[in-house]
Design a protein. Structure first.
Lengths: 111, 114
């Protein structure tokens, strides 16, 4: 199973941008990069995903390195509701479409 | 629009008892997954299914069994509960594609084995 590496924790001030990094040096050409977040006492929820190009949606932006060995989730203006654990995952479609979660990054937003 | 529904929300089992965690989805998703999450940890994949009648092991399958007789349902069976199975269990589903479809999660079942 392909692995991702994320910092254990990060802090951000409210209303400032947050850049959450993820390394995935063993990524293969067909693996999609997915990001999920888990609010306290809730199940994970989808944030964004991409393959090669940068992606934007109403929640966040995803910047993917040219060699695809790393990516960054960007929250443009952090709010207190963004305090959560953020997981970066590779979806390996050619090995059965498993999603393997790591330990994620715990984001603290400071008012 | 119910999405992924898990029952029960909470359960306490005694060591050696058995139970089935129910999971159903109404989105016509081919892929379904079971995860467990221990306190302060990430999610571990227990079993997954790519369609009715097809199941396969994930990272931590020991002590569990699954079946997939319909597209909608993917129950997880614990045969002889052990304290090590105390955890929060999440069911998830997604469309069948090359990896671009997101996972949809249920709200989880909190299981305590004493």
């Amino acid at each position: 199973d392909a692995k991702t590496t994320q910092p254990n924790s990060m802090e951000s001030n409210e209303e400032e941008p947050v850049h959450l990094p993820c390394n995935h040096s063993t990524i293969s050409g067909t693996d999609y990069i997915h990001w999920y977040r888990q609010l306290p006492s809730q199940g994970p929820e989808y944030v964004i995903h991409g393959l090669t190009s940068n992606v934007n949606n109403r929640m966040a932006s995803l910047a993917i390195a040219e060699d695809r060995k790393s990516s960054t989730l960007i929250l443009h203006r952090a709010t207190l509701r963004d305090a959560a654990v953020y997981y970066c995952i590779l979806r390996e479609w050619n090995t059965g479409n498993q999603f393997y979660f790591g330990t994620g990054t715990s984001l603290t937003v400071i008012p | 629009n119910a999405g992924v529904t898990q029952t029960p929300k909470f359960r306490i089992l005694k060591i050696g008892q058995s139970m089935t965690l129910q999971c159903t989805q109404d989105m016509n998703h081919n892929y379904m997954y079971w995860y467990r999450q221990d306190p302060g940890m990430g999610l571990k994949l227990i079993y997954y299914s790519v369609g009715a009648g097809i199941t396969d092991k994930g990272e931590v399958p020991n002590g569990y069994n699954v079946s997939r007789s319909t597209t909608e349902d993917f129950p997880l069976r614990l045969e002889l509960a052990a304290p090590s199975q105390t955890s929060v269990y999440f069911c998830a589903s997604s469309y069948r594609d090359r990896g671009g479809s997101p996972l949809h999660f249920g709200n989880g079942t909190r299981l305590t084995v004493t």
